[in-house]
Design a protein around this ligand. Sequence first.
Ligand code: PHB
Length: 395
Amino acid sequence: MVGAMRSQIGIVGAGPAGLFLAHLLHRAGIASVILETRSRAAVESTIRAGMLGDWVVRLMRDMGLAERLEREAHFHDGVTLQVGETRQHLDLAGLTGGKQVTIYAQHEVLKDLIAARLADGGEMHFEAHVTSLDGIEADRAAIHFTQAGVAHRLDCDFIVAADGFHGPGRLAIPAEARSEYHKDYPFAWLGILCHAPRSWPELIYARHEDGFALLTTRSDSIQRLYIQCDPGDPIEAWPDARIWDTLQCRLATPGWSLTEGAIFQRSIIPLRSFVCETMRHGRLFLAGDAAHIVPPTGAKGLNLAVADVRILARAFERFYAHADTTGFETYAATALGRIWKGERFSWWMTTMLHRDPSETAFEHRIHAAELAYVMNSTAAQAALAENYLGLPFAD
Ligand code: PHB
């Protein structure tokens, strides 16, 4: 027995793209249902990056979703770049007319969006496993899923796959209709969370001859640190002592040392760049990581996901208010304009800051020269600041 339900928009995935979209649609009077494979607890505790671009924070404020962020996020005026033992503060606020770096972990954003969705009476199903997307090339679409062993069907006008890089959404587009571009990097990040006070007032992005390191924060007593590692490393290859030795070495500057603490979470994160340019196929739209991945060095992942659904929500508004499908036809092109700029920036930050074991001696020197230029040029810093904190929207 299949339980059937109906909504205007069926959203697969309760990550940043799916949740922001549901909120934007709700404000426009458009109904949606979110289906998420994982449990609510898993969504609310999965550790991801934590930098929100300036316009994302403004959007959250405008939508009334920023109350806890206002209290708990860390706001910085800039970031520190480090090469060897030399540090350079980049005054990103000064270079962008006052925009700030906001550090607020992605799962904290998701907690706030889920709580607000439930308070709005919005429909959302966790542990709902999508089995197939139907009718995307036909007049009516449907999402088949199972929950607690029971088969269900959600009939909808349109489906938005916001189900991440590994989700089934993108694969519902026939392979021959999909244009995809990707690049894998020959290095990964080891990310840790530890109980320690802050060692430096803002983020440090460090290029060291042994590899990249990044210092960021979560609270006054919890710190987040990353180190470049080999993508084939098992997590057991990184016992605490090796992690701290590596961080102390890569972040070393005279007269300063990193405050260590108990590590309570560690994981290895692959670095890849990926774009699926086919972001619409009939009644199916892709948003966020389902369509594109950036390496985290540019802190752009969540921000690009929210940009997609901001564009998509407007397309749905035009459709339901005026039966105007222009927004559907232009969605991919409009979104891809931003996405490729985010891809370029993330790739540029990554190549400039990492030690690539496969690069030639010439490329190695070019990447070092690139960073030396940024450290000393206000013009280069202004370009970095504009891209890092979020390019402005045309409208
Ligand atoms: C983080 O706080 O986890 C973070 C910040 C900036 C990045 C990546 C991760 O580029």
